[in-house]
Design a protein. Sequence first.
Length: 115
Amino acid sequence: QVQVVESGGGLVQPGGSLRLSCAASRNIFSIDIMAWYRQLPGKQRDLVAEITSGGRTNYADSVKGRFTISRDNTKNTVNLQMNILKPEDTAVYYCYVKSGPLGSWGQGTQVTVSS
């Protein structure tokens, strides 16, 4: 089962940008879905963006036009470019990958948008 590790979180001012990266433990070429979720304390984990092995993407309405998900099969990573960040984007962001019936979560990375 593939393992994933996130990086790139941190503190940023409103209107700023961050790039999250998720590194997989093996080749991702055949992984069906790679996605980013986010979660606030006491809340459910919500989908932010996902990308299929064929490159099809899907975004939450709240991030459309601001966030871009991409996957790099040569580096076994999935990235989330986050622009025009808002305070309401503050959350722990989790990477999720699914191959067949099996899915794996990363440990999460904190993103804080605050002045």
